[in-house]
Design a binder for this molecule. Sequence first.
Ligand code: FMN
Length: 187
Amino acid sequence: MLVTGIAGSPFSHSRSRVLVEQILARFKDAGCRTELVVVGDIPGDALLSRSGAPELQNALDNIAAAAVVVVGTPVYKATYAGALKTLFDNFPQRFLAGKVAIPVATGGTSNHMLAVDHTLRPLMANEGAVSIARGVYAVDAEFTEGEPSAEVRERLNSAVIESLALAKGLMSLSSDTATTATLPSPW
Ligand SMILES: Cc1cc2nc3c(=O)[nH]c(=O)nc-3n(C[C@H](O)[C@H](O)[C@H](O)COP(=O)(O)O)c2cc1C
């Protein structure tokens, strides 16, 4: 099973990326293959559909092949980062149908912890993904020298356990009858 992480910060070194990487490491320990898409490493012109780029195609291929997608972003202006949205704008319709998604966000303040549920979750639902019940949110103060606290790491563990159970359920459903891919597009 392939698990693809998306690091949606415009910066290559970022807290939300660390959380995505640590989630991928847990999936690797559980026997999964993993890939990481770093939005900040994809040329801006390609993200804005002004040109093609192998980095963008490679990212789309790795997302298309995944059973589980880990979507990480910093909170910017009370929502997900625009850099992440430019990647989503390149997705064909219902690109995440049949996949399990783990929403992950970091922010400067706990005031915006609902950005995970009110902004990131609908973005993934629009593509057909089934998100786990509780996404992961961490504030900057929960990191020390780039490392998340034990409490945050516990949230990562729960997210991985829940998504593995959900992915197994979805896989057995799709080998059974009609899948979510047959649902009409919402727009
Ligand atoms: C342009 C900008 C806007 C931000 N807006 C918010 C915000 O609305 N709410 C919040 O809690 N943090 C906000 N932050 C803080 C970041 O979300 C926070 O530092 C986050 O951990 C950065 O993630 P990264 O290290 O993965 O890039 C903002 C930071 C920047 C640079």
